[in-house]
Design a protein around this ligand. Structure first.
Ligand SMILES: *[C@@H]1O[C@H](CO)[C@@H](O)[C@H](O)[C@H]1NC(C)=O
Ligand SMILES: *[C@@H]1O[C@H](CO)[C@@H](O)[C@H](O)[C@H]1NC(C)=O
Ligand SMILES: *[C@@H]1O[C@H](CO)[C@@H](O)[C@H](O)[C@H]1NC(C)=O
Ligand SMILES: *[C@@H]1O[C@H](CO)[C@@H](O)[C@H](O)[C@H]1NC(C)=O
Length: 404
């Protein structure tokens, strides 16, 4: 469908193989369930549908992930958020809402798995979920067991109705309970960043929210990115900062703004969980979500969260974000938060490149190399509320990239 992008992907994979030979193998810290060695990718029901979910809707979304091609490029988790459960039965087991999930969660899990996808579910480290369904506090072992018996692959674990108990005394019991099931289940801690989870959640979870809920607004993206950025050093394979799910395609931002949102989420090694109606995406939404070159930055095997390295302009709203990739490459975002277009300069010192190294530069939204090579700095014009996403590659690696 996009021959150039596909070719690039192949080339990038080739380079990755070359790079892997000289890299230490990544090691997950903490939870040790073998999951999330790169940030998870998939879809979640909350941002667009809220409580208006059903087993039919979830299946249609899984179908749309497959038919659109998004599943093929990595979006494989199909995650049900709040509102799937109604009560506990006489034995204390969680029961799915009979009206919206009449066939039960195991049935749905089998359907999702049959499509080659994975299924995620939601609960809460409190006595109720945020939408007042039963919570898992004091039911951790039983709930983990039933999730495992349904073949669940991912648990998002929220923070409402927590009785004021410290999260460090609520989240570990679910981590232990999940481990006891013997089923590897990705553990997504959703504590909203209140008690600096980066400092303790890496030991017990695969990712942890660093902020309040995202909103489908530019200011929300800017605020969340800055908070998430403070914790960059704590992220790594198996344990990621989570600045919340994607709003791309939900209508509250422009194409450029969504492109900036996606660029920075990729660079920050955020979980990439689509939050729109994938049955009904515009071509612009699809173009952003299916950018395999940006996704390759997010999924790079090195697993280093990129961060803000420079602020420029009189309002300091012209920003450079950067982080290392495998193969001695560097991912660079030129992010214009100002209300007018302007030039942004990435200097080698800021982005972490030795000053006299010549680099070739790939533009991941234009899907082409900039002509020539660069030493010392690179300046590009960036529209207001837009973002360039680039990879700087040592010039001596040019051969790998052929004639593109
Ligand atoms: C449970 O924890 C042990 C020790 O960290 C680990 O080796 C094992 O893989 C974990 N199992 C699961 C299913 O997470
Ligand atoms: C699909 O999206 C368009 C706007 O992009 C909207 O007008 C339409 O109602 C949506 N259709 C469905 C079935 O949700
Ligand atoms: C951006 O840089 C180009 C090339 O140096 C220059 O011609 C242009 O005037 C600059 N634009 C702004 C808004 O400063
Ligand atoms: C970029 O590099 C050139 C060549 O070394 C230098 O003349 C120029 O001052 C640099 N620009 C910035 C903004 O650092």
């Amino acid at each position: 469908m996009w021959p150039l992008a596909m070719a690039t992907r192949i080339v990038i994979q080739l380079l990755l193989c070359a790079a892997l030979c000289c890299l230490p193998s990544p090691h997950a810290h903490g939870l040790n369930n073998g999951l999330g060695l790169t940030p998870p990718m998939g879809w979640n029901s909350w941002n667009f549908f809220g409580c208006k979910i059903s087993e039919q809707l979830i299946q249609e979304m899984a179908d749309a992930l497959v038919t659109s091609g998004l599943a093929d490029i990595g979006y494989t988790y199909v995650n049900i958020d709040d509102c799937w459960a109604s009560h506990r039965d006489n034995e204390g087991n969680l029961v799915a809402d009979k009206k919206s999930f009449p066939s039960g969660i195991k049935f749905l899990a089998d359907k999702i798995h049959a499509k080659g996808l994975k299924i995620g579910i939601y609960s809460d480290a409190g006595i109720l979920t945020c939408q007042r369904r039963p919570g898992s506090l004091y039911h951790e072992l039983q709930d983990a067991q039933i999730f495992a018996s349904w073949d669940i692959d991912y648990l998002k674990y929220d923070n409402c109705f927590n009785l004021g108990i410290q999260p460090q005394n609520r989240y570990p019991s679910m981590a232990v309970a999940l481990n006891k099931t013997n089923r590897p289940i990705y553990f997504s801690i959703c504590e909203w960043g209140q008690n600096d989870p980066a400092k303790w959640a890496g030991e017990i979870g695969n990712s942890w929210r660093t902020t309040d809920d995202i909103k489908d607004k530019w200011q929300s993206i800017v605020t969340i990115a800055d908070i998430n950025n403070q914790w960059a050093a704590y992220a790594g394979p198996g344990a990621w900062n989570d600045p919340d799910m994607l709003e791309v395609g939900n209508g509250g931002m422009t194409f450029n703004e969504y492109r900036a949102h996606f660029s920075i989420w990729c660079l920050m090694k955020a979980p990439l969980l689509i939050g729109c109606d994938v049955r009904n995406m515009t071509s612009e939404t699809f173009e952003i979500l299916s950018n395999v070159e940006a996704i390759a930055v997010n999924q790079d095997i090195l697993g280093v969260q990129g961060s803000k390295v420079s602020k420029q302009g009189s309002g300091e709203c012209l920003e450079v974000w950067a982080g290392p990739l495998s193969g001695s490459r560097v991912a660079v975002a030129l992010w214009n938060r100002c209300s007018y277009g302007n030039n942004i300069t990435a200097s080698w010192g800021d982005v972490g490149i030795v000053s006299d190294s010549p680099m070739i530069v790939r533009d991941l939204w234009e899907h082409r190399f900039l002509s020539g090579s660069f030493i010392g700095n690179l300046t590009m014009y960036v529209e207001s509320h837009d973002c360039k996403l680039l990879i700087f590659i040592p010039e001596e690696q040019k051969l790998y990239y052929g004639e593109q």
